[in-house]
Design a protein around this ligand. Structure first.
Ligand SMILES: C[S@@+](CC[C@H](N)C(=O)[O-])C[C@H]1O[C@@H](n2cnc3c(N)ncnc32)[C@H](O)[C@@H]1O
Length: 314
């Protein structure tokens, strides 16, 4: 009852494989998303004029870039989604990033957001496994790629503190990354996969302790813990595993052990690390979700894409 009031047409689909949006509508929504993102960054950074940007021009530029991203097949499992690609692209355009460091490069979706938005920036990508990168050589050559050192082991020279961004998409440990970044002189950090309890409970590899855990560290006591069940799906969510690990996982699925219990237990050392990380944070905010403006191209895409945080250190 009441269905006739909903102005949607529903037909049996025989041949359409992807979702579609008409070009002018897509353009308008991208325009709005860029404006929305720039407004967010204006509030966050509070330093550059909002009026210096030509949103029409940015929209046209982005539409070409996102077509390339689809050509390189960058919006697939393990990489960032198109809505986050647009957000990061806007961040670089707004902030005019001069030095960009990405820990966790994988197929290169987020790396391409930086490469395509920035002309003369220094771009460093870190990943122990660079074999998954899908970017063509002429773009890869715009970056310095490192696979034999962790972020913590790299000596970044002459960082211009307020013009640099570090993006952690490596699923390691947000508290450690904050402490390391502060020591190395960075001010602005982005974290993926470092959300709250709901977000953590969907992952086998959250960046634990995550940003909300760190920000609420005063409420933690030694001995407290929480546990969640991670249900193994197909290989899609851990596509960056080595073949050895993938085979082990397939074996476990066949054997029937389809879920893993993950436990987060707090001891004094962990709580102190969180408190130290918290003391180094000046501001931490969830980045906007541009999903309202982007129609996913894949039908019924279910992703465990969680909140992303932008953090300013003291
Ligand atoms: C979710 S993927 C990153 C997705 C990527 N940002 C993209 O948009 O394509 C996580 C990546 O972190 C990498 N990784 C694991 N340990 C790492 C470490 N210590 N430092 C940097 N990257 C690491 C994995 O090899 C994997 O490629």
């Amino acid at each position: 009852m009441g269905n006739e009031k909903c102005p949607l047409a529903r037909d049996l689909n025989k041949s359409q494989k992807i979702n579609r949006i008409s070009t002018p509508l897509k353009k308008s929504f991208i325009y709005l998303a860029i404006q929305y993102s720039f407004d967010f960054f204006k509030n966050f950074f509070q330093k550059q004029s909002f009026d210096n940007f030509d949103f029409e021009e940015l929209t046209s530029e982005y539409l070409k870039i996102v077509d390339n991203a689809y050509t390189f097949n960058l919006f697939t499992a393990g990489g960032i989604l198109e809505k986050d690609f647009l957000l990061l692209w806007c961040l670089h355009k707004y902030f005019r990033t001069e030095e960009y460091v990405e820990s966790g490069v994988f197929i290169g979706s987020s790396l391409y957001a930086a490469i395509s938005a920035l002309k003369d920036a220094s771009i460093i990508g870190i990943d122990p496994n660079l074999k998954n990168l899908k970017l063509p050589n002429h773009l890869v050559s715009k970056c310095k790629l490192i696979d034999d050192k962790d972020f913590s082991e790299i000596n970044f020279e002459n960082i211009s503190r307020n013009k640099s961004i570090v993006f952690f998409d490596d699923h390691i440990n947000a508290a450690e990354r904050i402490i390391e970044s502060h020591y190395k002189g960075f001010e602005y950090l982005i974290f993926d996969d470092a959300g709250g309890l709901d977000d953590i409970s969907k992952r086998l590899y959250p960046s634990f302790p995550t940003i909300p855990i760190i920000m609420n560290a005063d409420f933690l006591s030694p001995g407290e813990e929480f546990t969640w069940i991670y249900k193994r799906g197909l290989i899609k969510d851990e596509i960056f595993m080595t073949w050895e690990k993938k085979l082990k996982k397939i074996y476990q699925i066949i054997k029937g052990s389809k879920s893993i219990r993950v436990t987060a237990k707090f001891d004094e050392a962990l709580i102190n690390k969180c408190l130290l990380a918290k003391s180094l944070i000046k501001k931490s905010v969830i980045l906007p979700d541009l999903g309202s403006y982007i129609l996913p191209s894949k039908p019924m895409e279910i992703s465990t894409n969680g909140s992303k945080y932008i953090v300013q250190l003291i």
